[in-house]
Design a protein around this ligand. Structure first.
Ligand code: BMA
Length: 329
């Protein structure tokens, strides 16, 4: 199957490298990985699982930065080319949109999406030190306005769709527990205003070996004429701990809880030194994807071993064609 990006933007300056000669993989790594090293900031222990979007004539991002006291924080950053990043040494100081919003305790695994007139950030946000989904908006990546949490604890991996569908905003999420959750399905929730969420629907459960413990949505789904292209991570529990890989699925455009195709195998898994060795070994965790509407090129930012941030590439056609012959449904 071939497909086109719909409602997307032209990104002639998307970070890009052609597939290496002889490479048979559907997703290939940037040869100069990692793009952001763990010690990129003076105060950082690690910078990983981070979100990047087109901004002005370049890119902006919200980065998961763990400091040397091992606080989990969110920092804003800017880049002209998506490769060289200027990330703030200070964490984002959210402006509360009402007094009842709790002071920041910890935040991690951000996603960023442009919807209508502004950028929204979702992240795993502590509420009474318990994880749920925080939401904030920004116009400039300098001031961030924090809204009400989307859900009650416990939840993680909240990922918004880039537009309303059938009149509602939609968010994928992964209900969980308070720890290193040993289970997890992807659900979708709907909202008329990004505050009140309901009409919850099941999307998919763990299935194949590589994703048999839990799954969670990754980057903001990419709208194509064939459906929503969603990259998602899957976790296998080995005798030596969790292994985080990722693959792709295609969701129905109007009813995105309907799964049209879903990879049987992972598309990328921990193999390189920077993916296999770090604070948490064997983790490849995608949180953002840039898509060029003109060429269908996709650049995915993914966290490696909970330590650094890397890039990998594919195209809409490469993934859709692969799903034709490698779908489990
Ligand atoms: C998850 C999150 C991710 C992390 C992963 C592997 O629960 O904390 O940020 O990459 O575990 O440690």
């Amino acid at each position: 199957m071939q497909g086109k990006v719909v409602n997307g933007v032209s990104l002639p300056h998307i970070p890009w490298q052609e597939k290496p000669e002889g490479c048979k993989d559907v997703i290939w790594r940037y040869q100069q990985n990692p793009v952001i090293e763990r010690d990129h900031l003076e105060m950082s222990n690690s910078i990983f699982n981070s979100a990047v979007v087109p901004f002005e004539d370049g890119f902006a991002g919200v980065f998961r930065v763990d400091d040397k006291a091992r606080n989990m924080e969110l920092h804003a950053g800017f880049s002209k080319d998506g490769l060289q990043w200027e990330i703030s040494e200070e964490r984002i100081q959210f402006v509360k949109t009402n007094d009842e919003i709790q002071d920041f305790q910890y935040g991690y695994d951000p996603r960023v999406v442009w919807i209508e007139d502004r950028y929204y950030v979702t992240w795993c946000n502590a509420y009474g030190w318990k994880p749920t989904i925080g939401i904030a908006y920004t116009f400039d990546f300098r001031t961030f306005y924090q809204m009400e949490n989307a859900f009650l604890p416990f939840n993680r991996n909240g990922v918004l769709f880039p537009r309303k569908i059938q009149g509602n905003y939609m968010m994928l999420s992964r209900p969980s527990d308070s720890g290193h959750t040993p289970f997890g399905d992807i659900y979708i929730s709907q909202s008329p205003d990004l505050t009140y969420w309901g009409k919850h629907r099941h999307v998919m459960s763990p299935s194949m070996g590589w994703e048999s413990t839990k799954i969670g949505a990754g980057p903001i789904p990419i709208e194509t004429d064939q459906g929503w292209l969603m990259f998602y991570h899957g976790v296998l529990t080995s005798c030596n701990g969790f292994v985080y890989s990722f693959s792709a699925a295609l969701l129905d455009l109007n009813e995105p809880w309907r799964v049209l195709k879903r990879g049987r195998e992972y598309l990328l898994n921990p193999r390189t030194m920077y993916e296999c060795v770090g604070d948490v070994p064997n983790v490849t965790f995608p949180c953002a994807g840039l898509a060029d509407a003109d060429t269908g090129r996709i650049a995915i930012y993914y966290g490696c071993a909970d330590t650094c941030t890397s890039l990998c590439f594919t195209t809409v056609n490469d993934v859709l064609s692969w799903l034709d012959t490698h779908s489990q449904c």
